[in-house]
Ligand binder design. Structure first.
Ligand SMILES: Cc1ncc(COP(=O)(O)O)c(C=O)c1O
Length: 446
């Protein structure tokens, strides 16, 4: 492991190329050395729409959704977690393909409605929903709140009473066991997320005391980037088992079970592949054993649905040598593609980054690639073996269709936000306009 700056480590890049070949294959067949998205050359898109640029493939999105729905089976209602990519075009396309949606803010709720979702079908999770958000969601007719604390139940009840509406709630459970195999865990110990298992009966009783609340069921979501399908099924089994016990003990039906998700997507060379078929088989057996006509089963996925359909294109601004190393400075960086620069990871691994016009180039040498920000954190890779890069060349980060702009510190250094383009049936269209460098002034007063 190499140290690239204090506190930051780059893992050595393993030889395993599967992650890269799969990511390329999701976009095109790539018979030559040029990166294409559904037949359109990345260089052509960069020329037409400028860089940095996000490109989404409608076909890759459709393919992914179809594969997930087929694997999980007809009894599972799939929810798209909008936080992964709050693009209206992406969210709308997934909706038309049959995915529901879960939201985590009022902004995401507005986006879901604009994408054509019906308010009653939407589910709202998140540990910090404010009174204002809750009241607005009730007024908009939101379907189900996933409650994460006891007093949130009272806040939702107050909003429901004030609006003279009945509101459905599902209790998000913090199970004592962690989601094994997840790179980022959000449960299984003291947590801001969900209600601890031993406090759930009290939460269920509290819901029952409010005449304007209906208990829909339970929700669990314990981590993201989980590469272990068996661990996901085990975790789902744990909540289904608890649900059956609480139904017996408390005498309430818990019809709706949202089993979470967090299926992993490779973002670095050598990353494993999530075994979707195994997850589907395991879930199928679980559902068969616990199904009933009134039951609804949900799985919520963000990254797994959208990451493979997206590419982040960025151009080389300049190259230089320093301290015996080759540096490549890009026009894009962590302010727009933060996860690829390691934000949120303890160990930084180089993202799936390719030379867009020399995919298979054999003449490789180590380079460090980073963006224009005034921080050493703005670095995608140290000593990544790539074909030679010169000013004007295009590089691409693959599997970048999730947690791109929405997970990035776009305000740092006040660059314009990148445009987003959707490629569909061989044609590209802008689905999010590029920002403007004067956007920094918007709403400000001297
Ligand atoms: C409650 C909840 N649901 C769904 C997701 C989406 O996770 P992923 O993008 O890994 O599928 C998250 C991510 O943080 C989450 O917190």
């Amino acid at each position: 492991m190499q140290k690239c700056r204090p506190g930051c480590y780059h893992a050595a890049v393993p030889a395993d190329e599967r992650a890269l070949t799969d990511a390329l294959a999701a976009l095109d067949d790539h018979r030559d050395d040029e990166l294409r998205i559904d037949g359109l050359a990345a260089t052509e898109l960069a020329e037409r729409y400028d860089t940095p640029l996000y490109v989404f493939s409608a076909r890759a999105l459709d393919d992914r959704l179809a594969a997930v729905r087929a694997a999980l089976g007809a009894r599972v209602e799939l929810l798209y977690s909008i936080k992964a990519n709050p693009s209206l075009a992406v969210t709308g396309r997934l909706r038309r393909g049959g995915a529901g949606a879960e939201v985590a803010s009022l902004g995401e709720l507005h986006l879901a409605l604009a994408a054509g979702h019906d308010a009653p079908s939407l589910r709202f999770a998140g540990p910090g929903k404010t009174e204002v958000e809750i009241a607005a969601a009730v007024a908009l007719g939101l379907g189900t709140f996933h409650v994460e604390s006891h007093d949130e139940i009272d806040t939702i009840a107050a909003a429901a009473t004030a609006a003279h509406r009945r509101v459905r709630v599902a209790v998000r459970v913090n199970l004592p066991q962690q989601l094994a195999g997840a790179r980022m865990r959000m449960g299984g110990r003291s947590s801001r997320f969900g209600i601890d298992e031993d406090q759930v009966p009290a939460a269920i009783e509290r819901v029952g005391q409010h005449p304007h609340l209906d208990l829909a069921g339970l929700h669990v979501y314990a981590g993201t980037q989980c590469f272990d399908a068996g661990a996901f099924v085990q975790h789902a089994t744990a909540i289904v088992t608890r649900a059956a016990a609480w139904e017996r003990e408390l005498g309430v039906p818990l019809d709706e079970l949202d089993l979470g998700g967090g299926f992993g997507v490779p973002t670095s060379a050598g990353d494993p592949t999530f075994d979707l078929a195994a997850a589907g088989r395991g879930l199928g057996e679980l559902i068969a054993a616990h199904d009933r006509p009134t039951r609804r089963w949900f799985v919520e996925l963000g990254r797994y649905l959208t990451a493979p359909c997206g590419v982040y294109l960025t151009r080389v601004v300049r190259t230089k040598d320093s301290g015996g190393e080759r540096h490549v400075v890009l026009d894009g960086g962590m302010h727009q593609c933060a996860a690829a620069a390691g934000m949120g990871s303890v160990i930084k691994r180089a993202p799936l980054l390719v030379h867009a016009t020399d995919l298979r180039g054999e003449d490789r040498a180590p380079v460090s690639l980073g963006g224009p920000l005034c921080t050493p954190a703005d670095q995608f890779a140290a000593d990544l073996e790539l074909p030679p890069l010169a000013a004007g060349d295009l590089v691409a980060i693959l599997n970048a269709g999730a947690y791109g702009i929405s997970y990035s510190p776009t305000g740092f250094l006040s660059h314009a936000t990148p445009a987003e383009v959707m490629v569909e049936a061989g044609k590209a269209r802008v689905v999010r306009e590029r920002g403007d460098s004067r956007d920094v002034l918007r709403g400000q007063q001297p």
